[in-house]
Design a protein around this ligand. Structure first.
Ligand SMILES: [Cu+2]
Length: 133
């Protein structure tokens, strides 16, 4: 009798472990890994390139950039179908619409230290900040 219970308990534990391993989702990358490897780059010509990946929000959401040099931000989508494809940057009066898989660049001009350029989807559900220092 005790052996039967022990056997059932063992079967449940092993079965659970197998189910857990098999059913474990494999594509749950943390949001922080959705950003580009190098979000801020100073080019050889002295201009600054910011890259933000758009996937159910903006990655990275907070960017620290260098003040005093011409800067542009490039938004990249890859099979993204939500409202974060429609980007508003109110301070610049800029509205950018990306296709689900797309790349678009917005010139930010030359900003001064302490300035923050904010943007987000048209209903402010997702947002990002680029701070210059
Ligand atoms: Cu939205």
């Amino acid at each position: 009798m005790n052996n039967t219970i022990a056997l059932i308990a063992t079967a449940i534990i092993i079965g659970g472990a197998v189910a857990f391993t098999v059913l474990l989702p494999t594509e749950t990358a943390p949001l922080s890994s959705l950003g580009p490897a190098t979000p801020v780059e100073i080019r050889a010509d002295g201009t600054q390139a910011i890259t933000i990946n758009v996937k159910s929000g903006y990655h990275p959401r907070a960017v620290v950039a260098k003040a005093g040099i011409p800067t542009e931000v490039t938004f990249i989508t890859n099979n993204n179908f939500d409202c974060s494809n429609d980007i508003l940057i109110p301070a610049l009066g800029n509205k950018t619409q990306l296709a689900p898989t797309d790349t678009k660049t917005v010139a930010l001009g030359t900003r001064t230290a302490g300035e923050t350029i904010s943007g987000g989807c048209s209903m402010s559900m997702y947002n990002f900040n680029i701070t210059f220092q």
